[in-house]
Design a binder for this molecule. Structure first.
Ligand SMILES: *[C@@H]1O[C@H](CO)[C@@H](O)[C@H](O)[C@H]1NC(C)=O
Ligand SMILES: *[C@@H]1O[C@H](CO)[C@@H](O)[C@H](O)[C@H]1NC(C)=O
Ligand SMILES: *[C@@H]1O[C@H](CO)[C@@H](O)[C@H](O)[C@H]1NC(C)=O
Ligand SMILES: *[C@@H]1O[C@H](CO)[C@@H](O)[C@H](O)[C@H]1NC(C)=O
Length: 272
């Protein structure tokens, strides 16, 4: 009898363990980079986060994040708390994005398994600070490589939201398009994924006077598999600088829908 129970336990474990390692092998990795609105300031006022986490941003055992120590941990808001350490972080688009991608019920556009988020955004950074060879660029590539280390997954896309800091000075704005394209191309080359989907956000308004120049650059990127969602019209915090929590929820959903559109649609047998 004891032997029988033991056998049953072994058989049960045998059913469970391959399933969980299969999940790990199926990690869908997303890189989050850019500046403060990607890092997340939703709910932050006067340097304090209100702690409000809407239903769309709730943790889920199938959503992990790569910590600053390069460990996978269950993800929760604020996603960038140990990355963008010199700022008070709040809600960003990452958790909403992950929940929306996982909730997608359209089987022709769904990913299985686990989502692994790799937060890399730092507030107040210019595009020149993300060029190949810089500290931020190396951090990004190192974190992306660490995410792949256990062999359990692949990078599905980069989510990029940056440019506010390049709207202040006319030279930065004029050089923005070339620098952004260079950055995308270098990153794809270094991640060995020449057509890696990149979903970027076009800024809505800004502190600097050259916002239209930067927006034109963002909306005019002509590289395959680079998509742009527009933040125009999304609500800002009383500081007039950052997206509110509700706006981040909308943005995360927009990013998720744009990503889901990049997935290959299965060809129908009837078409052959
Ligand atoms: C932030 O501080 C300002 C000035 O002290 C105050 O008027 C405002 O009500 C504060 N906002 C919040 C959300 O606490
Ligand atoms: C935080 O600030 C310190 C001191 O200015 C600086 O050395 C460090 O690079 C900053 N870290 C980040 C992530 O911005
Ligand atoms: C599922 O996605 C495919 C590909 O984008 C689309 O053609 C189809 O209409 C979608 N189906 C539903 C039910 O949304
Ligand atoms: C945050 O995003 C909004 C909407 O795009 C933009 O108006 C604002 O300038 C951004 N702020 C920063 C600091 O990037």
């Amino acid at each position: 009898m004891v032997a029988f129970v033991w056998l049953m336990l072994v058989a049960y474990a045998g059913l469970i363990l391959p399933a969980s390692s299969q999940e790990d092998n199926n990690k869908n990795i997303f890189i989050l980079a850019g500046q403060s609105n990607m890092s997340g300031r939703g709910g932050v006022n006067n340097g304090t986060w209100d702690g409000v986490v809407p239903p769309q941003c709730q943790p889920n055992p199938a959503i992990l994040r790569l910590s600053s120590e390069l460990n996978w941990v269950e993800a929760s808001e604020p996603l960038h708390k140990d990355i963008d350490v010199n700022a008070t972080c709040g809600v960003g688009p990452g958790m909403v994005f992950a929940n929306t991608v996982l909730d997608n019920k359209n089987s022709s556009m769904s990913i299985g398994g686990v989502v692994g988020l790799v937060p890399c955004a730092i507030g107040g950074t210019k595009i020149s600070e993300w060029a190949r060879g810089t500290y931020l660029y190396n951090q990004l590539v190192n974190r992306a490589s660490a995410a792949l280390q256990d062999g359990g997954g692949s990078i599905q896309a980069v989510l990029w939201y940056q440019g506010e800091s390049d709207t202040v000075n006319p030279d930065d704005a004029a050089l923005y398009k070339g620098r952004l394209e260079r950055f995308f191309m270098d990153l794809r080359a270094d991640l060995q994924s020449p057509l890696l989907p990149i979903i970027q956000v076009a800024l809505a308004s800004g502190q600097g006077p050259y916002i239209e120049k930067v927006r034109e650059a963002q909306l005019g990127i002509d590289l395959a598999n680079v998509k742009c969602v527009d933040a125009k019209g999304l609500q800002l915090e009383p500081d007039h600088l950052h997206l509110t929590t509700q706006a981040q929820v909308q943005l995360g959903e927009m990013l998720a829908n744009a990503f889901l559109q990049t997935l290959p649609t299965p060809t129908s047998c009837l078409d052959i």
